[in-house]
Write a protein that binds this ligand. Structure first.
Ligand SMILES: Cc1cc2nc3c(=O)[nH]c(=O)nc-3n(C[C@H](O)[C@H](O)[C@H](O)COP(=O)(O)O)c2cc1C
Length: 230
């Protein structure tokens, strides 16, 4: 199936189709998401597996005026300070991964019309993370657990469930580590207890169908290189 041919507004009717047609959406329509759809997505995602069924996740779904205020506060924090995530963000990568990351940046900047050497323009684009790329709803995934590798895997399972279920409903998403960059801002805005760590977030909404940014698909390495049968 050629995923480029599928309208990003269509719903997906199988896991394969949801996987094939999901990609990160970085421009949204302002059209709000009906609450029953959001409920369906997140309630179903609770079926995700976790280490000994420990279920380390909580999820906070923010729309409307509250989301706008949070976007303002996060943007201000990003302009005035440096990220202070509660999880350790990766610092080094194997060289082949570095190349993929570089290629991704080039592709995004190319489509967004940003010169790679123009740091001001790159920083401005980065700030769009904190405006949730114009999405009507922002989501924060938090955990009270001690953060270890397996909690990370559990939260990743939960995140992927949300991304695919959203796709099933005809919605676009962008998972964002950036939304865990200023945890105190999120905790204050949502009056969360100090022990609830803000791991990451995602933007969710109806993709802007006219956006070039929403059109490109990131490549994957070949199955022959990565999947081994014995
Ligand atoms: C854990 C995680 C964190 C991410 N953080 C960001 C982010 O902060 N900002 C962003 O624009 N994209 C972010 N992404 C999206 C990735 O760049 C994207 O998934 C990857 O390039 C593959 O592209 P695709 O999602 O379109 O298939 C994140 C993805 C994951 C899984």
């Amino acid at each position: 199936m050629n995923s480029e041919m599928i309208s990003i507004h269509e719903t997906a009717t199988s896991v394969t189709e949801a996987l094939d047609t999901r990609h990160s959406i970085r421009e949204y329509l302002s059209q709000p998401i009906p609450e029953e759809i959001l409920k369906r997505i997140f309630e179903k995602a609770l079926r995700s597996p976790s280490w000994k069924n420990s279920q380390p996740w909580k999820v906070h779904i923010v729309s409307g005026g509250k989301k706008d205020l949070l976007a303002e506060a996060l943007t201000k924090a990003a302009l005035e300070s440096t990220p202070r995530p509660e999880t350790s963000w990766p610092e080094s990568y194997p060289s082949d991964a570095k190349k993929r990351m570089f290629d991704l940046g080039m592709k995004i900047y190319g489509v967004a019309g940003i010169d790679r050497k123009d740091k001001e323009a790159r920083d401005k684009f980065m700030l769009r993370n904190f405006e949730f790329f114009g999405a009507p709803t922002a989501v924060f995934i938090t955990s009270k657990f001690d953060l270890n590798f397996f909690v990370g895997i559990d939260l990743g399972c939960f995140l992927q469930s949300v991304l695919l279920l959203a796709r099933e409903e005809g919605l676009g998403t962008c998972p964002q580590a950036a939304l865990g960059a200023f945890p105190d801002v999120v905790r204050n805005a949502l009056t969360l207890p100090q022990e609830e760590k803000v791991i990451l977030g995602l933007s969710i909404g109806y993709p802007n169908p006219d956006s070039e940014l929403n059109r490109f698909h990131t490549p994957r390495e070949s199955a022959e290189d990565l999947i081994h049968f014995y």
